[in-house]
Write a new protein. Structure first.
Length: 439
């Protein structure tokens, strides 16, 4: 018997316009990567939407379609890109500047990349301190700036011929701010936009413009943006999906692999020291204490949530957890992340684990951007609105409903993601109980 979909999913016909705020290392690696895959020059390694399968039914049924054959996703050929940045370089020049992908590959993609010229940005030095660029919108009240972004979105929709749009923040990390009164409701927020309230960040102006234009919004950086009641309210009101925050790559990805493993065996942790060196523009921005604070908050929360010291005080009550990021220009985008983990086993005997991850930040982040864009478009067509917790898999600090702690364990996150896809298509959820095989 064919399964009956639980939600009505509109087809992925026509073009999907991908609007990216910030066109630096991650964005150019993502766009160039899609163009390279389209031309058969490389494989989309790291992308679930392109490579992963989803098991359906019992293990004996042998049904494991690719995710992209199971749910209707936009095809890579149907993606069209637009971006904003404070620098004027086109995507080809920006990719060369970022220094992630090699020139011979970029040269083969030169034409489509050169065609992407960043629109002038809404920018505020109070929120990102270390960089200065000329490609800015004229000064004005924050509501006027939102209006200018909405006009950009309207024009992009028209010129690209896209039938649907998705926006994702891949811009610099903004200075740490807690939610304020102006974020408490949509009414307060709109009033704050009119008065140019200093607590409203540029990324929140982009998010407001997106949602008001009927465009889903994903946040790849650790700052607040849509993780505020006012914007959640707007997303729900406009029936739009939102998600965030902070792509889970590099060191936190490793942390969320190792920590659930240690906990699953009831091994204790007394200390976890994490330090990074990186030399790209992201590293330069994170060298500012305000931006680092946003990142630190996001990185610290994962371990505590996974280990649950309140349930396991003997094992995790006093974990000494430290995270450091050091800007070290010679490394460029090739980050090095060290972890020293002090653990203890049977009768409290101590042991150590050392991880030295020589990673490439943007190479890890690009497939996440692709998956998020395609899944947010799917969610939009499936009528799913508000916070998309099933996309926690991609984030260091996943957004959740108020009062709910986020799920950080990557394997639970993956199960949640795949079960959501099964649920959409009316397939049975997989619980891994499996007693029926032994009746
Ligand atoms: N690469 C990773 O693994 C990873 C992981 C998690 C989060 N992130 C986050 O993703 C974001 C992008 O990272 P990246 O390495 O590409 O950084 P990057 O510095 O190379 O690119 C960011 C770009 O955003 C632009 N920008 C800043 N403020 C802007 C604004 N208001 N409007 C438009 N453009 C603006 C900058 O000019 C810059 O070109 C950062 O916030 C980073 O913290 C990256």
């Amino acid at each position: 018997m064919l399964a009956q979909d639980n939600v009505r999913i509109l087809p992925a016909g026509g073009k999907l316009g991908v609007l990216v705020a910030g066109m630096g290392a991650v964005t150019t690696t993502f766009i160039a990567g899609v163009e390279a895959v389209k031309r058969g020059l490389a494989k989309p390694v790291g992308s679930l939407t392109q490579l992963s399968t989803v098991r359906l039914g019992k293990r004996t049924e042998g049904r494991s379609p690719r995710i992209k054959d199971f749910v209707p996703l936009a095809a890579l050929e149907d993606l069209t890109f637009g971006a904003w940045d404070i620098f004027e370089e086109n995507a080809y020049e920006a990719a060369l500047h970022a220094g992630v992908l090699e020139r011979p590959l970029l040269d083969q993609l030169r034409a489509p990349l050169e065609a992407i010229r960043p629109m002038p940005a809404v920018f505020d030095h109070e929120y990102v301190k270390r960089i200065h660029g000329p490609n800015l919108k004229p000064k004005g009240a924050k509501m006027e700036q939102a209006g200018m972004l909405m006009e950009d979105i309207r024009k992009f929709r028209e010129s690209s011929g896209a039938s649907r749009l998705v926006m994702i923040w891949c811009g610099s990390t903004e200075v740490f701010h807690k939610p304020a009164e102006v974020h408490a409701s949509l009414q307060n927020f709109e009033c704050g936009l009119k008065n140019s309230d200093p607590e409203i960040s540029p990324s929140q102006i982009y998010a407001y413009a997106a949602l008001q234009s009927g465009v889903p919004y994903a946040n790849g950086a650790p700052h607040l943006t849509v993780d505020a009641p006012a914007l959640v309210e707007l997303a729900r009101e406009r029936n739009l999906p939102i998600c965030g925050k902070d792509f889970k790559t590099g060191q936190t990805f490793m942390k969320t692999l190792v920590a659930p493993g240690l906990k699953s065996r009831m091994l204790g942790v007394s200390g976890w020291f994490s330090t990074n060196i990186l030399g790209n523009r992201d590293g330069e921005v994170l060298d500012d204490p305000g931006s680092f604070k946003s990142k630190e908050e996001s990185k610290l929360s994962a371990l505590e949530q996974i280990l649950q010291p309140e349930l396991y005080p003997d094992l995790y009550k006093d974990v000494y957890h430290k995270v450091r990021i050091n800007y070290y220009p010679p490394r460029g985008d090739a980050k090095e992340g060290w972890d020293n983990i002090d653990i203890f086993g049977w009768l409290g005997y101590p042991m150590q684990i050392k991880i030295d991850f020589l990673c490439r930040d943007s190479i890890l982040a690009a497939p996440l951007v692709l998956d998020l864009v395609l899944f947010m478009d799917l969610a939009q067509r499936a009528g799913m609105r508000g916070v998309q917790e099933w996309l926690s898999f991609y984030f260091k600090a996943p957004m959740t409903a108020p009062g709910l702690y986020p799920e950080h364990d990557i394997f639970i996150q993956l199960m949640k993601l795949k079960n959501t896809l099964r649920w959409m298509r009316g397939e049975s959820l997989i619980t891994h109980l499996g007693l029926e095989y032994y009746d």
